[in-house]
Design a protein around this ligand. Structure first.
Ligand code: C2E
Ligand code: CA
Ligand code: CA
Length: 690
């Protein structure tokens, strides 16, 4: 009793002061007795919130009863921190439920004014409804972006980790346009509710602009983030006919600063939407850097082209005649050097040129350059020709014929000197369009070649439908040709098929002498690849290849390297041939293990005569004598020591009579009998005798 009065005395001055201020202030001012967990208000907070009775003093538990369930655990934990002396100050935002069951955000601030045993004893502060109204989204009742930024300051300060997600309704604009704004608003509220139901007490949700929500999943691991997203996605799609995408960023690993974190999450969300929507995408710093790299390249390419193709140049790769390896043409290949990043491969910059439409300018540029070069080289080698790549986008350009013909005129090059390479792809299936185009080109002598043949859609079909002059069999078929029967046969068939409809064949990507040797046999018309030469600058091309061609010499000396074919495929073919030879014989050839009497090999004739098609694992006496144990011969032959033994032997129970010639050999490191048996009265022999 005494103690309670003491405490009341202790609190009195603060309560009095608050009563004075409380009348003129809308906020609910309070004094918190930490030790007793009792809170005194300066105004009638019970009027608005359904506290258990009409009074000015409530226990902390009683106050918590009007805190929204979603925030109650978090608020309770903060009060406990004060009670345990872990904190001496409270700044909180949470929702309180009023007498109309409406939940709204309040700002709670409390500061310690008296300590006891180094722990807070009395806290003075206020609960404010107005302070937060500016930071609350009116539609969903969620806090907005300003709060998000502040909360991340605290998160980073306290070195917390987790994931920040931005979720967005897919095609929200269409939803609004189609069903009206109020329907759209309902979807937003629905999504907000679903998110709230599925985050834990520490998780925070914010309404961002438009259809987006920010969710901070403190302490979550990747798998839990995925699980969270999937449950939100599933619930949302069940309750509405909309879908939701999300971008997630891991902090502090990927970003330890709010603005960057936000930007990355937005980027990840965009990525998720670009890649089909209704999905979650985790931000990756490497992919992001790559993305920035591409943006840089794109800007630089625009700049380069604007500045008269600054940084662009053309390399030329030799193409030789198959029969003698003499240079007959070149493929013009575009090169580009970025100011920022140095030399960039065409497999990187060509797709950017295509996406941006810049390929139309760059393609025209290389046509002119390569034709100009071809004109010069034809002065040295009159039959010299040039292969130039055309992108599908150029082919679809209405002005393409004018551009090509104009370049020819400008360079004074005859059309016959030019072969245009178009990549095999599904788009080429518009046969009537392309055939008309190719026909117009052919009238000027310009030829068309199908590049990367065999890699695209329905390759062989093209040859029938498209009127082209050449195919370039892709380098992927050349790899391992010396070891694989499959690629060998494929190339062989492609070449035969093309030749049967009068289409020339170039095989690309020939790198080794082995590949060259095998391909030579298959008789393509021309060959191209590093074995003959890499793409070079015009100066190097002249030095390395043109001078030799002028003298009619192959560009790689045939006897320069000894062709040593360690060629499994050829060996395999040889073996097949030997086997065929053996099958032609009228004699039975066999090998028999001397210890086990098992047969190893019987050629076709043997199988026919003995009737033993499945001789493996069979004993020789079972096949030849139909006996049940080894015959005398086996014992005799042991004494022969490598010389032939000849005798006549009749097969028991049949008319077949063999002349047998056998000798002992080592077979697979084991003593064996090699035998040749002739059917003395057999069909073929009989005929000869007659
Ligand atoms: P592509 O038209 O198939 O050109 C052949 C590519 O194979 C070239 O790569 C060449 O250097 C490479 N190559 C040649 N021989 C060998 C070999 O023995 N082994 C290997 N591994 N590769 C070999 P590059 O110059 O990097 O060009 C790549 C691609 O970029 C070209 O493939 C083509 O699709 C495109 N490209 C290059 N220049 C142009 C152009 O002016 N216009 C268009 N539209 N595309 C171009
Ligand atoms: Ca090509
Ligand atoms: Ca190619």
């Amino acid at each position: 009793m005494e103690r309670k009065q003491d405490r009341r005395r202790l609190l009195e001055p603060y309560i009095e002061m608050l009563s004075f201020w409380g009348e003129s202030i809308e906020d609910y001012l309070f004094v918190l007795d930490v030790k007793e967990q009792q809170i005194y208000f300066a105004s009638c907070i019970w009027e608005k919130y359904a506290l258990p009775f009409e009074g000015i003093s409530f226990s902390v538990e009683e106050l918590l009863s009007v805190v929204d369930m979603k925030d109650r655990k978090r608020v309770r934990l903060s009060f406990e921190d004060i009670e345990r002396g872990k904190k001496d100050e409270l700044i909180l935002e949470y929702r309180m439920v009023d007498r109309t069951a409406k939940s709204s955000w309040v700002h709670f601030v409390g500061k310690c004014v008296t300590y006891e045993n180094e722990k807070p004893s009395i806290i003075v502060g206020s609960i404010s409804e107005n302070a937060v109204s500016k930071r609350i989204d009116q539609l969903t009742g969620l806090r907005n972006q300003t709060v998000l930024e502040k909360s991340f300051l605290e998160i980073f300060e306290k070195n917390k980790s987790g994931y920040f997600l931005i979720l967005g309704i897919d095609d929200f604009k269409n939803v609004n346009d189609k069903y009206g704004r109020s329907y759209g608003n309902d979807q937003l509220k629905r999504l907000a509710e679903i998110i709230e139901q599925n985050i834990d007490y520490e998780g925070q949700i914010y309404r961002l602009d438009g259809d987006k929500f920010g969710v901070n999943l403190i302490g979550y691991a990747t798998e839990s983030v995925k699980a969270f997203y999937h449950i939100v996605k599933a619930s949302f799609s069940v309750q509405t006919d909309c879908t939701v995408s999300a971008g997630a960023v891991c902090y502090p690993d990927d970003a330890n600063e709010y603005h960057r974190l936000y930007q990355y999450a937005e980027d990840a969300l965009k990525h998720a939407k670009r890649h089909g929507k209704n999905r979650l995408f985790f931000f990756s710093i490497d992919e992001y850097k790559e993305h920035l790299f591409f943006i840089d390249l794109r800007e630089e390419l625009f700049e380069s082209i604007k500045n008269d193709f600054e940084g662009f140049h053309v390399y030329y790769q030799p193409v030789v005649r198959n029969e003698d390896g003499v240079l007959i043409k070149a493929e013009a290949l575009m090169r580009w050097k970025s100011k920022q990043y140095g030399e960039i491969g065409p497999e990187v910059f060509i797709p950017i040129l295509e996406q941006t439409g810049l390929i139309l300018d760059a393609g025209k540029w290389i046509l002119e350059k390569a034709m100009e070069q071809c004109y010069i080289w034809r002065k040295t080698i009159p039959y010299f020709r040039m292969n130039i790549n055309l992108s599908y986008i150029q082919l679809k350009d209405k002005k393409i014929l004018d551009i090509i013909f104009h370049s020819l005129e400008k360079s004074q090059l005859p059309g016959e000197a030019v072969i245009l390479e178009v990549t095999e792809s599904i788009q080429l299936q518009d046969y009537s369009y392309f055939n008309l185009l190719f026909y117009q080109l052919s009238k000027k002598g310009v030829e068309v070649s199908i590049d990367d043949f065999g890699t695209g859609y329905s390759s062989l079909g093209y040859l029938k439908e498209l009127s082209v002059d050449e195919i370039k069999i892709d380098k992927c078929f050349v790899r391992q040709i010396q070891n694989g029967e499959y690629n060998f046969r494929l190339i062989k068939n492609m070449i035969e098929l093309a030749h049967s409809v009068n289409i020339r064949v170039c095989v690309e990507g020939v790198e080794t002498i082995e590949e060259r040797s095998i391909l030579k046999e298959l008789l393509p018309d021309v060959i191209q690849g590093y074995y003959f030469g890499r793409p070079e600058s015009p100066e190097q091309f002249e030095k390395k290849f043109l001078e030799r061609a002028q003298q009619g010499k192959p560009i790689v000396e045939n006897n320069k390297k000894k062709v040593h074919i360690t060629n499994k495929r050829l060996l395999e073919r040889k073996k097949q041939n030997y086997k065929r030879l053996l099958d032609e014989l009228d004699e039975i050839i066999y090998v028999c293990d001397m210890d086990t009497h098992e047969l190893y090999y019987i050629n076709k004739r043997g199988k026919k005569l003995t009737g033993a098609y499945e001789y493996t694992d069979k004993k020789c006496y079972e096949i030849f004598q139909m006996g049940t144990g080894p015959c005398q011969d086996c014992k005799d032959i042991n004494h022969l020591n490598g010389t032939f033994y000849v005798k006549t032997r009749k097969k028991e129970g049949t008319d077949i009579c063999f002349s047998v010639k056998e000798k002992s050999i080592l077979w697979n490191q084991k003593p064996a009998r090699l035998g040749i048996a002739t059917d003395i009265w057999g069909e073929n022999i009989k005929k000869q005798k007659e």
